[in-house]
Write a protein that binds this ligand. Structure first.
Ligand SMILES: *[C@@H]1O[C@H](CO)[C@@H](O)[C@H](O)[C@H]1NC(C)=O
Ligand SMILES: *[C@@H]1O[C@H](CO)[C@@H](O)[C@H](O)[C@H]1NC(C)=O
Length: 335
């Protein structure tokens, strides 16, 4: 009998000690366990157990804030979970108020729209929902989440138009919305992104109309607007911008005089303009680009001699092919 009570006592002390030494905030744990349940208890999350510490590495995809020693959950990275049937993004993610990064990617069977509860995550800097079947609109409430630094919603089934209010986010550095079903025009307000905004990728959508001239105000480094139905002039993207490193405008309906662009960036590494209706000549300034690694201007209406020098002769003839009358190395000589 005495032996039994000693054993019971030892067990109680042990249980109490683990409970006291647990770093996980009880509210955070409750939210995480709800997320697990809302996703149908996927096997990848089998390590999320009520009687263990969510700040321990066993909790797949969960990190707690060790810097400030608040130990609140600040990163949730749900990648490649295999869901047994269709589930929406659990609205319980909104109950992790200290979340700085939310990554949800490559999840089969993830459907439905982006839940409004995400707006409660006022400390969120980085949000990624990518390679899922999440649909619906890009939510307007994002513009209230003033901590956001990057938004990556690439490769989902999002539709509707681009919310003009996104440009009011004061800390935003980049937006990636590639591979969705977004339609309409690029809002003129997108010219008022903050000074440090450098990445805009909207490829593989259904965007139409002209590229707004206001975008000339941005200091973009990476621009990808390829595979849309954009038309008209794209020269605004080259002019004022000294930081441009990569620009992909391939497979649109763009029509402008390439010979008239003023390219201010000396650091351009990639220029893809293939399959548009761009006319005029190739500007001489291209020969001064020391870091140019990729170039493709094929399938346009360009004409005249390819400027000789710099890196321009290192690209194959296929990068210049199918234009109106481009000539000179690597294409046959001008006559
Ligand atoms: C999205 O749904 C389509 C059609 O049901 C399916 O083929 C595709 O694999 C799904 N994608 C993801 C990432 O679940
Ligand atoms: C340039 O684009 C054309 C048309 O899409 C393609 O056939 C060619 O392979 C491309 N060249 C390079 C080097 O990528």
């Amino acid at each position: 009998m005495a032996r039994l009570s000693i054993i019971v006592l030892v067990i109680m002390v042990l249980v109490l000690r683990t409970a006291l030494s647990e770093l996980c905030n009880p509210q955070d744990k409750q939210a995480l366990l709800q997320i697990k349940k809302d996703l149908g208890n996927p096997t990848t999350l089998s390590s999320w157990l009520p009687n263990t510490d969510c700040c321990k590495p066993e909790w797949e995809g969960v990190s707690c804030d060790t810097d400030t020693k608040s130990y609140r959950v600040n990163i949730l990275d749900l990648n490649g979970l295999s869901l047994t049937k269709p589930y929406p993004i659990p609205s319980s993610v909104g109950n992790l108020p200290y979340l700085g990064s939310l990554y949800i990617s490559r999840m089969n069977n993830l459907v439905g729209s982006i839940p409004p509860s995400i707006a409660k995550l006022t400390k969120l800097g980085f949000i990624r929902i990518s390679h899922t079947n999440v649909s619906g609109q890009i939510p307007n409430f994002l513009s209230q989440m003033k901590s956001l630094i990057t938004i990556d919603f690439s490769y989902n089934a999002l539709s509707g138009t681009l919310p003009p209010s996104l440009s009011s986010l004061p800390n935003l550095v980049g937006i990636s919305l590639d591979g969705n079903r977004i339609s309409g025009t690029i809002p003129g307000s997108f010219g008022s992104f903050p000074k440090h905004f450098t990445v805009l990728t909207l490829s593989r959508n259904r965007l139409t109309g002209n590229i707004p001239t206001t975008l000339a105000k941005l200091g973009l480094s990476f621009v990808d607007l390829s595979e849309n139905m954009l038309e008209g002039d794209a020269s605004v993207l080259f002019g004022a911008n000294k930081n441009l490193r990569k620009i992909d405008l391939a497979k649109n309906l763009l029509a402008f005089d390439l010979g008239k662009i003023s390219l201010r960036s000396k650091n351009l590494e990639g220029l893809d303009l293939r399959k548009n209706r761009i006319y005029g000549t190739l500007p001489k300034v291209l020969t001064s680009l020391k870091y140019l690694r990729t170039l493709n201007v094929s399938y346009n209406n360009l004409c005249g001699q390819i400027p000789q020098g710099g890196k321009l002769q290192r690209f194959s003839e296929y990068c210049y092919a199918h234009n109106k009358c481009l000539c000179g190395s690597p294409l046959p000589p001008c006559t």
